[in-house]
Design a protein around this ligand. Structure first.
Ligand code: HEM
Length: 536
């Protein structure tokens, strides 16, 4: 489609005043001064030194010198698209969020897909988790669903995130390897932290080499809460189901593509949208009554567990359509700032300790990445609804508050915002909590292997073969033999002893002794009040 006929949403229309349409216009400085020669600096004599007063030369170099900003600390490589979301029928029974209760509403969205470990210029088709982050620009403010294409996570408590990411990213002494799961530090960490096992099995499966961003699922991972107008909460797991289905590359294809077309996924997304072949995903919900956190034999607050669809089916409640490429990669895809803490009335958090850490971390990192506290005013991040508050100043402030008073309460008035009606305001769900301050892990988080076994055994034979080959490839590259030993004899053996024996043989370590037949996967944990595992 031509630029004019490209689909728009309220959000993409709101970006129009910020777009620079330069065709046929005169070249100017940032101050709007017309420039007729941008090839020669101003000199004292044609062979003489450049003069300090050449404001065009200084401005051009200064702007170039400062083009780079820090890449994201994780998920640095990504590709984004605009689109919209529409709910099929009202979910008012569960939530007051208007974008989920009014089927006539088309809520604008911006989605960013990403890899996790590689730097901004790394290849698309590496073995890695994919980010699937969606910003819904609702009438009641921005809701960000910051998910991945794998339904579980590596760790249970966000305090371990820096350790985990340090282990995954290139090693600090030589920055090797770029974007790879084959190195000592990752497998060292995995062998010492068994809670990673379930996610590692997904990482070694075909899920970690998707064929296309258009052909992979998305997951909110954590258990969230929906809250209706009467204040009643329902626990929820969010899913994105691609209408094209789930498809993977073969490992050999993925490796070749990394060399031949490192932009494979980015190009596929861009081209399909340009052609009008719009990627579509259905929003799926698993709804769980409040109070049932421990009913399924594991803890719904534990992000290393998924809720099997056989136990709680996924209800498809609406559709996401991506129909417009960004105009400018940096302004939109790079500057977009997702945050798990961005929720609207009717959606709330839970006490998942991984989620709790994320509520802090995104806002914090974006202060550095986007250069100060005003990044919510960047065009791509700005809500489509009014933003009115007493926030003041800071680098790069865009809004021009017109009121004399910038504090609450005040009697000077004159253009100050008033407090919202509690019925339409965000109200935190009044969950009852009690307990002693304690640095510990709940006993309900202690089964690290049952779901890993369940996952492995749920795969078809060819999928299992792919997984075994991936383990052999990745672990085979680990230099320290004791790390390979630990992965096989302390982790894999607990998933499936035969799997451990096969991998052991392939990577040259002593195979575990398999005397008993493999234990069938059991439901994890015990029902009832969780015990406490460790209290230093
Ligand atoms: C970035 C997902 C866990 C910190 C991202 C992005 C996604 C994502 C999709 C990319 C956002 C974008 O496209 O801009 C997840 C999921 C997690 C998880 C699904 C687990 C369920 C964590 C944890 C932390 C964390 C535990 C910290 C405690 C970050 C940071 C960024 C990031 C700092 C960079 C954000 C930015 O620079 O804008 N994450 N993440 N993540 N994540 Fe996570």
């Amino acid at each position: 489609p031509s630029a004019k006929s490209r689909p728009t949403t309220l959000k993409s229309e709101s970006l129009e005043p910020h777009r620079m349409h330069a065709e046929g216009k005169v070249l100017t400085t940032d101050q709007g001064i017309p420039i007729s020669d941008t090839d020669n600096s101003l000199k004292a004599g044609v062979r003489g030194p450049t003069l300090l007063e050449d404001f065009h030369f200084r401005e051009k170099l200064m702007r170039f010198d400062h083009e780079r900003i820090p890449e994201r600390v994780v998920h640095a490589r990504g590709a984004g698209a605009h689109g919209y979301f529409q709910v099929y029928k009202s979910l008012e029974k569960y939530t007051q969020a208007r974008f989920l209760t009014d089927p006539s509403l088309r809520t604008p969205v911006f989605v960013r897909f990403s890899t996790v470990g590689g730097s901004r210029g790394s290849a698309d088709t590496v073995r890695d988790v994919r980010g699937f982050a969606t910003k819904f620009y609702t009438e009641e403010g921005n809701f960000d669903l910051v998910g991945n294409n794998i339904p579980v996570f590596f760790i249970q408590d966000g305090i371990k995130f820096p350790d985990f990411v340090h282990a995954v990213k290139p090693e600090p002494h030589n920055e090797i390897p770029q974007a790879s799961s084959a190195h000592d530090s990752l497998w060292d960490f995995v062998s010492l932290v068994p809670e990673t096992t379930h996610m590692v099995m997904w990482l070694m499966s075909d899920r970690a080499i998707p064929r296309s961003f258009r052909m992979m699922e998305g997951f909110g991972v954590h258990t969230f809460r929906l809250v209706n107008a009467a204040g009643k909460a329902t626990l929820v797991k969010f899913h994105w189901k691609p209408l094209l289905g789930n498809h993977a590359l073969a490992w050999d294809e993925a490796q070749k593509l990394s060399g031949k077309d490192p932009d494979f996924h980015r190009r596929d997304l861009w081209e399909s949208i340009e052609k009008g072949d719009f990627p579509e995903y259905e929003l799926g919900l698993q709804l769980i009554p409040e109070g049932d956190e421990l009913k399924y034999g594991f803890d719904l607050l534990d992000a290393t567990k998924l809720l099997p669809e056989e136990l709680v089916p996924v209800q498809r409640v609406g559709k996401l359509t991506l129909n417009r490429n960004p105009d400018n990669f940096f302004a939109e895809t790079e500057q977009v700032a997702f945050c798990v803490a961005n929720v609207v009335p009717g959606i709330d958090f839970t006490n998942d300790p991984l989620m709790q850490a994320r509520l802090f971390s995104y806002l914090d990192t974006q202060l550095t990445r986007l250069g100060g506290p005003n990044f919510a005013e960047l065009p791509i991040n700005k809500p489509v609804c009014p933003v009115t508050n007493h926030q003041q100043d800071g680098f790069g402030r865009q809004a021009i508050p017109t009121s004399r008073a910038n504090y609450h309460p005040n009697t000077l008035g004159g253009g100050c915002p008033v407090l919202a009606n509690p019925a339409s305001a965000f109200r935190h769900f009044q969950e009852r909590v009690e307990g002693h301050k304690i640095r510990a892990r709940s006993g309900s988080f202690s089964d690290h292997f049952s779901q890993a076994t369940l996952f492995y055994r749920s795969l078809s034979k060819p999928e299992q073969e792919h997984l075994v080959a991936a383990l052999e490839f990745e672990i085979g590259k680990v230099e320290r033999v004791e790390i390979r030993e630990r992965v096989v004899n302390q982790i894999l053996v607990n998933v499936d002893p035969e799997l451990a024996v096969r991998v052991a043989r392939a990577v040259g370590v002593t195979p575990p002794k398999v005397s008993k037949p493999p234990k069938p996967p059991k439901a994890a944990g015990k029902k009832g009040a969780p015990s406490v595992e460790a209290s230093p």
